[in-house]
Structure formats: structure tokens, C-alpha cells
Design a protein around this ligand. Structure first.
Ligand SMILES: NC(=O)c1ccc[n+]([C@@H]2O[C@H](COP(=O)([O-])OP(=O)(O)OC[C@H]3O[C@@H](n4cnc5c(N)ncnc54)[C@H](OP(=O)(O)O)[C@@H]3O)[C@@H](O)[C@H]2O)c1
Length: 333
């Protein structure tokens, strides 16, 4: 597995990261034994970046990772942890808290659940509109000085916020949705990251499975957040799946799968400077095995032009989040 250095000051990590959210039920029930086997298979394949959030099923995801990572050399992988999203007993989302005292509180709980003495990249999941980003980043920087955190990351913030945060402490990476269907980052955010020397860890590279080549309209199951996603909703999903079929024709010519082509496309957007690391949300060893070779796939200029023709920028129908969440994002669709 190739490696990438996240930004000018961030850690060196594998060219493909593993996101663990789906292992805690975001996409319907997940199998705990298979989830743990998937983490092990990823580590064995050379994946060294693992992403989680303390609010993924209220700590369930961190406890799962603690079990999966138990006994492993702590320096052999990097943990990226998001914090700040508030939830209630019914699992409903209730805003964001990124006050300095909340940063330290969330961190203490995450360190305990993860069974580790440090987090490699710690990031607020969303901007807290009531707290200047300088205060949140300042608190994480204090935790770096105290040895509990190694690097500051950001998630779903706009270019102006990235600049303000970076002025307080160097930012390793921004985590943001980036895929063939979600290209808003290309306008201001990507140039800002490159100017400041900040990496990008791209999530939703398969648009949550929509452009994996495995989605069909009869797949939405109870508890699966895709059931409330505008891109998966009736009227939009048919249009979006027609884009996938166009992509499938390009993949067949290239001799790869649709998912591999979609992941390789994201990786290729940073290939000349090595500043983009796709995070894949595989929750089974089968999906992981499909995703891993994608970062070795070499896309030529002709391939990229064919992909662009199949799925032009802005071709997706439907927002990337339900209406209540759209205003919390750093970029549009
Ligand atoms: N910063 C943020 O705001 C934010 C937001 C969301 C996620 N994230 C992070 O990013 C990670 C990845 O995001 P995501 O899970 O939404 O994105 P994704 O990789 O676009 O979608 C993952 C889903 O795609 C399906 N899939 C089909 N083929 C696959 C393959 N070969 N490899 C992997 N998945 C395949 C799987 O669903 P089935 O198993 O049902 O087929 C899987 O659960 C998350 O786990 C989380 O750590 C961050």
C-alpha cells in the first residue's frame, strides 16, 4: 500500500483509509464479528488510517475499534476521531458543541473508550456556530501540548474557516465529502487546502454506496440513513443510477468494477500532489477487498475524460444530506 503525507505537518498514512461509521449501524444492521474481521483485513493489507466519530452510535464505534485494535502496535495505525455532534437517547441529532471545555470532555471519553493514550487526528465533526473556530482549535492545540492528541483536523467547513483555523495551529487535513457526485469542494476548498498545505481525506467517495455499482432501489433497509437521503429518494435515485450505468460501461472497458473506478477517480484528483486520501466505508471483508486495489488503478487522461463524460460535474440529482443538515456543511453538493 502506498502512503501519503496529510498536509505539510500531518502524519504519513496509507493511500486509502477505512471509515468505520457503517460498522455501527448507519447503513442498517452491521455484523460485529465481520466488522472486526474487516478492520483486521484492512490493517493486514497496509491500511493505516482509521476514521471514527464519538457519536457513531454513541460510542459504539469507538468500543468496536478498541476491540478490533486490541494488542496491535499503537504506532502501526493512525486514528482519526470526530467529536462535537450531540445526540439524544432516541439517537436523534441535537446540534453541535465545540466549546473548549467540551473538546476536553469529549476527548477524555474517547481516549477511554478507544483504550489509548492519544488520538492521531482530532477534529470537530461540524462547525459549532456559537463558538469561534479559533477557540475549538486552540483547545485541541492544548491537548497536543499535553500529549493526548497528535494533529488537528477539520470536517465539513468552508474555506474561510479553514484559514482561520490554520492561523491558530497547522491543520493536517480536512475531511469532506468528495466524489463523482459531490464536487463542490473543487471551487474554493481544494485550492485553499493546496495553498495552505493541508491534506484532504475524502469521505462518501462511493456516495454512500449509491455509485458503488451494488445499489438498487429495493435495498433500503430499516435504520439505514440512506432511506432519508435525497439522492436515494424516489424520483432522484433512478436518475443517479442511470449515471452509475454510464460509469459501469467505462469500468468494463477499463477492466475494473464501478466502485474501483469511483474510488480511483477521487484518488486521481490528488495524484500529482498526493494530497487526497479516499476513506472507504467498507463494513465487510468482501467490500474491502473490492476497494483496496482501487488506489493502484492508474487512470489516464483519456480514462478521466471518459469518466467525466459519463458523470459530468453537477450531474447528480438530490442534495447530499437531508434538508436539516445541509446548512451545517462546509460545501454545497
Ligand atoms: N466528516 C464527515 O462528516 C463524515 C460523514 C460521513 C462519513 N464520514 C466517514 O467517512 C467514512 C466513509 O464514508 P461512507 O461510509 O459514507 O462512504 P462510502 O464509502 O461512500 O459508502 C460506504 C458504503 O458503500 C457501500 N459499498 C459498496 N461497495 C463498496 C466497496 N467496494 N467498498 C466500500 N463500500 C462499498 C457499502 O454499503 P453496503 O455495505 O450496504 O453495500 C458501504 O457501507 C465513514 O465510515 C466515516 O468514517 C465522515
Amino acid at each position: 500500500m502506498q502512503t501519503r503525507t496529510l498536509g505539510r505537518t500531518g502524519p504519513a498514512v496509507s493511500a486509502l483509509g477505512l471509515g468505520a461509521m457503517g460498522m455501527s449501524g448507519a447503513y442498517g444492521a452491521a455484523d460485529r464479528t465481520e466488522s472486526i474481521a474487516t478492520v483486521h483485513a484492512a490493517l493486514e493489507a497496509g491500511v493505516t488510517l482509521i476514521d471514527t466519530g464519538d457519536f457513531y452510535a454513541m460510542g459504539h464505534n469507538e468500543l468496536l475499534l478498541a476491540e478490533a485494535l486490541h494488542g496491535r502496535d499503537r504506532d502501526s495505525y493512525a486514528l482519526s476521531v470526530k467529536f462535537g455532534m450531540l445526540r439524544g437517547p432516541g439517537h436523534e441529532f441535537g446540534g453541535t458543541d465545540a466549546r473548549p471545555e467540551a473538546v476536553k470532555n469529549f476527548l477524555a471519553y474517547s481516549l477511554t473508550r478507544l483504550g489509548t493514550d492519544h488520538i492521531d487526528i482530532y477534529r470537530p465533526a461540524r462547525l459549532d456556530p456559537a463558538v469561534p473556530i479559533e477557540e475549538t482549535v486552540g483547545a485541541i492545540a492544548e491537548m497536543i501540548d499535553a500529549g493526548h492528541v497528535r494533529h488537528v483536523g477539520l470536517s465539513e467547513v468552508d474555506a474561510a474557516t479553514i484559514r482561520r483555523a490554520h492561523a491558530v495551529h497547522p491543520i493536517a487535513d480536512l475531511q469532506i465529502e468528495y466524489s463523482l457526485l459531490s464536487r463542490a469542494v473543487e471551487a474554493d476548498i481544494l485550492p485553499t487546502l493546496r495553498e495552505l498545505g493541508i491534506g484532504l481525506t475524502a469521505y462518501g467517495v462511493l456516495s454512500r454506496g449509491l455509485i458503488s455499482g451494488h445499489w438498487s432501489t429495493d435495498r433500503a433497509a430499516p435504520g439505514d440513513i440512506r432511506g432519508s437521503s435525497p439522492r436515494f429518494s424516489s424520483g432522484n435515485v433512478e436518475h443517479n443510477l442511470a449515471l452509475v450505468e454510464a460509469l459501469r460501461r467505462v469500468a468494463e472497458e477499463k477492466g475494473c468494477t464501478v466502485a474501483q473506478l469511483a474510488i480511483a477517480w477521487v484518488a486521481a484528483q490528488g495524484s500529482d500532489v498526493g494530497d487526497i486520501v479516499p476513506l472507504v466505508g467498507a463494513r465487510t471483508r468482501g467490500r474491502l477487498a473490492e476497494a483496496l486495489p482501487a488506489v493502484e488503478l492508474d487512470l489516464t487522461a483519456d480514462d478521466l475524460a471518459e469518466i467525466e463524460k459519463a458523470v459530468p460535474a453537477g450531474a447528480a440529482r438530490g442534495d447530499r444530506y437531508p434538508p436539516a443538515f445541509m446548512s451545517t456543511l462546509g460545501a454545497g453538493n
